[in-house]
Design a protein around this ligand. Structure first.
Ligand code: HSE
Length: 312
Protein backbone atom coordinates (compact mmCIF):
# COMPACT_ATOMS: atom_id res chain seq x y z
CA UNK A 1 0.00 0.00 0.00
CA UNK A 2 1.21 3.52 -0.87
CA UNK A 3 2.54 5.47 2.08
CA UNK A 4 0.16 8.19 3.33
CA UNK A 5 1.72 11.65 2.95
CA UNK A 6 -1.17 14.00 3.47
CA UNK A 7 -4.71 13.90 4.74
CA UNK A 8 -7.53 16.45 4.62
CA UNK A 9 -10.07 16.11 7.40
CA UNK A 10 -13.44 17.59 8.30
CA UNK A 11 -14.19 18.40 11.93
CA UNK A 12 -17.82 19.18 12.77
CA UNK A 13 -19.37 21.92 14.85
CA UNK A 14 -21.04 20.67 18.03
CA UNK A 15 -23.61 21.72 20.60
CA UNK A 16 -22.48 21.12 24.19
CA UNK A 17 -24.49 20.95 27.42
CA UNK A 18 -27.85 20.55 25.58
CA UNK A 19 -29.39 22.30 28.63
CA UNK A 20 -29.52 19.34 31.02
CA UNK A 21 -25.99 17.96 30.62
CA UNK A 22 -23.55 20.71 31.59
CA UNK A 23 -20.05 19.46 30.69
CA UNK A 24 -21.35 15.91 30.06
CA UNK A 25 -23.59 16.00 26.97
CA UNK A 26 -23.15 17.14 23.38
CA UNK A 27 -24.07 16.41 19.79
CA UNK A 28 -22.53 16.94 16.37
CA UNK A 29 -23.97 19.11 13.60
CA UNK A 30 -24.17 18.22 9.96
CA UNK A 31 -22.20 20.05 7.27
CA UNK A 32 -20.86 22.92 9.41
CA UNK A 33 -17.25 22.36 10.45
CA UNK A 34 -13.56 23.14 10.00
CA UNK A 35 -11.13 21.55 7.58
CA UNK A 36 -7.53 20.68 8.28
CA UNK A 37 -4.69 19.37 6.17
CA UNK A 38 -2.00 17.30 7.91
CA UNK A 39 1.24 16.61 6.08
CA UNK A 40 3.80 14.09 7.26
CA UNK A 41 7.29 15.67 7.45
CA UNK A 42 10.75 14.56 8.58
CA UNK A 43 10.94 17.21 11.30
CA UNK A 44 9.48 15.85 14.56
CA UNK A 45 6.65 17.66 16.37
CA UNK A 46 3.83 19.84 15.10
CA UNK A 47 4.26 22.90 12.93
CA UNK A 48 1.29 25.07 12.03
CA UNK A 49 1.95 26.38 8.54
CA UNK A 50 -1.24 28.29 7.80
CA UNK A 51 -4.51 29.38 9.30
CA UNK A 52 -7.39 30.73 7.21
CA UNK A 53 -10.79 31.99 8.33
CA UNK A 54 -9.70 33.23 11.77
CA UNK A 55 -6.86 34.89 13.64
CA UNK A 56 -5.17 32.17 15.66
CA UNK A 57 -1.71 31.85 17.18
CA UNK A 58 0.70 30.00 14.90
CA UNK A 59 2.89 28.96 17.80
CA UNK A 60 2.22 25.29 18.58
CA UNK A 61 2.16 25.74 22.36
CA UNK A 62 -0.45 28.54 22.13
CA UNK A 63 -2.66 26.91 19.54
CA UNK A 64 -5.50 24.52 20.44
CA UNK A 65 -4.67 22.18 17.53
CA UNK A 66 -0.97 22.39 18.30
CA UNK A 67 -1.43 21.48 21.97
CA UNK A 68 -3.80 18.59 21.22
CA UNK A 69 -1.43 17.29 18.53
CA UNK A 70 1.61 17.56 20.82
CA UNK A 71 -0.27 15.71 23.59
CA UNK A 72 -0.85 12.88 21.15
CA UNK A 73 2.75 12.87 19.86
CA UNK A 74 4.02 12.72 23.46
CA UNK A 75 2.22 9.39 23.83
CA UNK A 76 3.92 8.08 20.68
CA UNK A 77 7.47 7.62 19.65
CA UNK A 78 7.36 8.73 16.04
CA UNK A 79 10.46 9.50 14.01
CA UNK A 80 8.52 12.03 11.97
CA UNK A 81 6.20 14.99 12.58
CA UNK A 82 3.39 16.98 10.98
CA UNK A 83 2.73 20.27 9.26
CA UNK A 84 -0.81 21.45 9.74
CA UNK A 85 -3.01 23.83 7.76
CA UNK A 86 -6.11 24.97 9.66
CA UNK A 87 -9.09 26.23 7.68
CA UNK A 88 -11.60 27.63 10.15
CA UNK A 89 -15.21 27.75 9.04
CA UNK A 90 -16.67 27.81 12.56
CA UNK A 91 -16.48 31.30 14.01
CA UNK A 92 -14.41 31.62 17.16
CA UNK A 93 -16.44 32.23 20.31
CA UNK A 94 -19.71 31.39 18.57
CA UNK A 95 -20.70 28.58 20.94
CA UNK A 96 -20.71 25.68 18.52
CA UNK A 97 -17.43 24.07 19.49
CA UNK A 98 -14.89 25.98 17.44
CA UNK A 99 -11.93 25.12 19.68
CA UNK A 100 -13.06 21.50 20.03
CA UNK A 101 -13.22 21.13 16.24
CA UNK A 102 -9.63 22.41 16.00
CA UNK A 103 -8.47 20.01 18.71
CA UNK A 104 -10.41 16.95 17.57
CA UNK A 105 -9.58 17.43 13.87
CA UNK A 106 -5.85 17.32 14.45
CA UNK A 107 -5.84 14.22 16.65
CA UNK A 108 -8.21 12.45 14.28
CA UNK A 109 -5.92 13.46 11.39
CA UNK A 110 -2.74 12.19 13.07
CA UNK A 111 -4.54 8.92 13.84
CA UNK A 112 -4.85 8.26 10.10
CA UNK A 113 -1.06 7.91 9.84
CA UNK A 114 -0.65 5.41 12.68
CA UNK A 115 -0.23 1.67 12.24
CA UNK A 116 -1.95 1.15 15.58
CA UNK A 117 -4.54 3.93 15.73
CA UNK A 118 -5.91 5.22 19.03
CA UNK A 119 -9.54 4.58 20.08
CA UNK A 120 -12.12 7.38 20.06
CA UNK A 121 -11.86 7.51 23.85
CA UNK A 122 -8.10 8.05 23.70
CA UNK A 123 -8.46 10.65 20.95
CA UNK A 124 -10.97 12.51 23.11
CA UNK A 125 -8.43 12.59 25.94
CA UNK A 126 -5.82 14.21 23.68
CA UNK A 127 -8.39 16.60 22.23
CA UNK A 128 -9.34 17.77 25.73
CA UNK A 129 -5.77 19.01 26.27
CA UNK A 130 -6.26 21.37 23.35
CA UNK A 131 -9.71 22.42 24.53
CA UNK A 132 -8.19 23.47 27.86
CA UNK A 133 -6.06 26.08 26.06
CA UNK A 134 -9.22 27.86 24.93
CA UNK A 135 -11.47 27.48 27.96
CA UNK A 136 -9.10 26.84 30.87
CA UNK A 137 -10.80 23.53 31.53
CA UNK A 138 -10.55 20.02 30.06
CA UNK A 139 -14.25 19.54 29.35
CA UNK A 140 -15.11 16.91 26.73
CA UNK A 141 -18.68 17.76 25.81
CA UNK A 142 -17.68 19.30 22.46
CA UNK A 143 -14.60 17.19 21.71
CA UNK A 144 -16.39 13.85 22.25
CA UNK A 145 -19.32 14.41 19.85
CA UNK A 146 -16.85 15.88 17.35
CA UNK A 147 -14.91 12.60 17.37
CA UNK A 148 -17.74 10.08 17.86
CA UNK A 149 -20.57 11.90 16.04
CA UNK A 150 -24.17 11.78 17.26
CA UNK A 151 -25.06 12.41 20.91
CA UNK A 152 -22.34 11.58 23.41
CA UNK A 153 -22.67 11.38 27.16
CA UNK A 154 -19.64 11.63 29.42
CA UNK A 155 -20.53 9.31 32.28
CA UNK A 156 -17.23 9.95 34.06
CA UNK A 157 -14.15 12.21 33.83
CA UNK A 158 -11.80 10.33 36.11
CA UNK A 159 -11.38 7.96 34.43
CA UNK A 160 -12.93 9.31 31.26
CA UNK A 161 -15.98 7.30 30.16
CA UNK A 162 -18.12 8.08 27.16
CA UNK A 163 -21.37 6.53 25.98
CA UNK A 164 -22.66 7.15 22.46
CA UNK A 165 -26.45 7.66 22.56
CA UNK A 166 -28.98 6.93 19.81
CA UNK A 167 -30.21 9.73 17.56
CA UNK A 168 -33.94 9.73 16.72
CA UNK A 169 -34.40 10.03 12.97
CA UNK A 170 -36.65 13.08 12.94
CA UNK A 171 -34.72 15.10 15.47
CA UNK A 172 -33.51 18.38 13.94
CA UNK A 173 -31.82 21.43 15.31
CA UNK A 174 -31.99 25.12 14.49
CA UNK A 175 -28.92 27.12 15.40
CA UNK A 176 -29.08 30.88 15.65
CA UNK A 177 -25.90 32.85 16.11
CA UNK A 178 -26.15 36.56 16.94
CA UNK A 179 -22.88 38.20 15.98
CA UNK A 180 -21.41 38.71 19.38
CA UNK A 181 -18.61 36.64 20.84
CA UNK A 182 -18.49 34.99 24.27
CA UNK A 183 -15.35 33.48 25.73
CA UNK A 184 -16.05 30.09 27.33
CA UNK A 185 -13.52 30.88 30.04
CA UNK A 186 -15.47 34.01 31.03
CA UNK A 187 -18.86 32.27 30.79
CA UNK A 188 -17.57 29.58 33.15
CA UNK A 189 -16.52 32.21 35.68
CA UNK A 190 -20.16 33.26 36.01
CA UNK A 191 -21.20 29.89 37.39
CA UNK A 192 -21.56 29.21 41.09
CA UNK A 193 -19.37 26.62 42.82
CA UNK A 194 -22.36 25.19 44.66
CA UNK A 195 -25.91 24.43 43.55
CA UNK A 196 -29.05 23.74 45.55
CA UNK A 197 -30.31 20.22 46.24
CA UNK A 198 -33.56 21.15 44.51
CA UNK A 199 -31.76 22.22 41.31
CA UNK A 200 -29.57 19.11 41.38
CA UNK A 201 -32.62 16.86 41.65
CA UNK A 202 -34.34 18.66 38.81
CA UNK A 203 -31.26 18.46 36.59
CA UNK A 204 -30.72 14.71 37.22
CA UNK A 205 -34.35 14.08 36.28
CA UNK A 206 -33.92 16.15 33.12
CA UNK A 207 -30.75 14.42 31.97
CA UNK A 208 -32.19 10.97 32.65
CA UNK A 209 -35.40 11.97 30.86
CA UNK A 210 -33.53 13.16 27.79
CA UNK A 211 -31.48 9.96 27.60
CA UNK A 212 -34.67 7.88 27.93
CA UNK A 213 -36.35 10.03 25.28
CA UNK A 214 -33.48 9.43 22.83
CA UNK A 215 -33.67 5.67 23.36
CA UNK A 216 -37.47 5.62 23.12
CA UNK A 217 -37.77 8.07 20.19
CA UNK A 218 -40.09 9.98 22.48
CA UNK A 219 -40.04 13.56 21.21
CA UNK A 220 -42.31 14.87 23.92
CA UNK A 221 -40.04 13.48 26.63
CA UNK A 222 -37.01 14.90 24.81
CA UNK A 223 -38.67 18.33 24.84
CA UNK A 224 -39.79 18.34 28.46
CA UNK A 225 -36.41 17.02 29.64
CA UNK A 226 -34.11 19.32 27.65
CA UNK A 227 -34.32 22.01 30.34
CA UNK A 228 -31.59 23.64 32.37
CA UNK A 229 -31.89 24.17 36.11
CA UNK A 230 -28.21 24.98 36.70
CA UNK A 231 -26.58 27.24 34.13
CA UNK A 232 -28.99 29.16 31.93
CA UNK A 233 -30.06 31.55 34.68
CA UNK A 234 -26.44 32.64 35.20
CA UNK A 235 -25.48 32.98 31.55
CA UNK A 236 -28.53 34.20 29.68
CA UNK A 237 -27.80 37.85 30.47
CA UNK A 238 -24.80 37.53 28.10
CA UNK A 239 -27.19 36.97 25.20
CA UNK A 240 -29.41 39.86 24.13
CA UNK A 241 -33.14 39.07 23.92
CA UNK A 242 -32.66 35.50 25.16
CA UNK A 243 -36.11 35.23 26.78
CA UNK A 244 -37.87 36.64 23.72
CA UNK A 245 -36.00 34.22 21.44
CA UNK A 246 -36.83 31.27 23.70
CA UNK A 247 -40.54 32.14 23.80
CA UNK A 248 -40.55 32.58 20.00
CA UNK A 249 -38.82 29.23 19.33
CA UNK A 250 -41.19 27.32 21.60
CA UNK A 251 -44.26 29.06 20.15
CA UNK A 252 -43.06 28.14 16.64
CA UNK A 253 -43.11 24.45 17.59
CA UNK A 254 -39.63 23.90 19.05
CA UNK A 255 -39.39 21.03 21.52
CA UNK A 256 -36.72 22.78 23.57
CA UNK A 257 -34.51 25.87 23.36
CA UNK A 258 -31.27 26.78 25.08
CA UNK A 259 -27.74 28.17 24.98
CA UNK A 260 -25.39 26.15 22.79
CA UNK A 261 -22.31 25.49 24.92
CA UNK A 262 -21.36 28.79 26.51
CA UNK A 263 -23.15 30.78 23.75
CA UNK A 264 -23.91 33.12 22.12
CA UNK A 265 -25.35 30.57 19.65
CA UNK A 266 -28.65 29.09 20.74
CA UNK A 267 -30.20 25.81 19.70
CA UNK A 268 -33.78 24.68 19.24
CA UNK A 269 -34.59 20.99 18.99
CA UNK A 270 -37.49 20.11 16.74
CA UNK A 271 -39.30 17.08 15.44
CA UNK A 272 -38.94 17.31 11.65
CA UNK A 273 -37.13 19.70 9.36
CA UNK A 274 -40.18 21.84 8.51
CA UNK A 275 -40.56 22.95 12.12
CA UNK A 276 -36.81 23.59 12.32
CA UNK A 277 -37.07 25.91 9.28
CA UNK A 278 -40.11 27.64 10.72
CA UNK A 279 -38.26 28.25 14.00
CA UNK A 280 -35.29 29.59 12.06
CA UNK A 281 -37.46 32.08 10.15
CA UNK A 282 -39.11 33.36 13.31
CA UNK A 283 -35.85 33.70 15.27
CA UNK A 284 -34.09 35.53 12.44
CA UNK A 285 -37.03 37.95 12.35
CA UNK A 286 -36.73 38.68 16.07
CA UNK A 287 -33.02 39.41 15.82
CA UNK A 288 -33.52 41.53 12.67
CA UNK A 289 -36.13 43.57 14.57
CA UNK A 290 -33.45 44.27 17.19
CA UNK A 291 -30.94 45.11 14.43
CA UNK A 292 -28.62 42.28 15.37
CA UNK A 293 -26.67 40.52 12.64
CA UNK A 294 -27.00 36.76 12.76
CA UNK A 295 -26.18 33.49 11.08
CA UNK A 296 -28.68 30.71 11.25
CA UNK A 297 -28.52 27.11 10.41
CA UNK A 298 -30.79 24.05 10.26
CA UNK A 299 -29.25 20.62 10.65
CA UNK A 300 -29.98 17.04 11.52
CA UNK A 301 -27.85 15.54 14.30
CA UNK A 302 -24.83 14.20 12.46
CA UNK A 303 -24.12 10.59 13.35
CA UNK A 304 -20.61 10.79 11.92
CA UNK A 305 -17.95 12.81 13.65
CA UNK A 306 -14.63 13.74 12.05
CA UNK A 307 -14.29 12.61 8.45
CA UNK A 308 -11.41 12.04 6.05
CA UNK A 309 -12.08 14.18 2.96
CA UNK A 310 -8.96 13.28 1.01
CA UNK A 311 -5.91 11.05 1.31
CA UNK A 312 -2.70 11.41 -0.72
N1 HSE B 1 -19.61 22.73 28.89
C1 HSE B 1 -18.89 23.85 28.38
C2 HSE B 1 -19.42 25.13 29.02
C3 HSE B 1 -19.08 23.91 26.88
O1 HSE B 1 -20.61 25.37 28.92
O2 HSE B 1 -18.64 25.85 29.64
C4 HSE B 1 -18.40 25.05 26.21
O3 HSE B 1 -18.61 24.94 24.81
Amino acid sequence: MKELKQVRVFSPATVANVNCGFDVLGFALHGLGDEMVLRKVAQKGIKITSVTGAELPMETSQNVSGVAGEAMLNALNLDYGFEIEIHKKIRLGSGVGSSAASAAGVVFGINQFLKKPFSNLELTRFGMKGEAVASGNEHADNVAPCIYGGFTLITGYDPLKIVALPVPRDLFVTIIHPHISIKTREARELLPQQVSMQAAIQQSGNLAGLVAGLYENDYELIGTSTQDALVEGHRKALIPHFDELKATALKAGGLAFGISGSGPSMFTLTEGIETARNVEKKLVKVLAKHKLQTDSYVSSISTSGNQVLERN
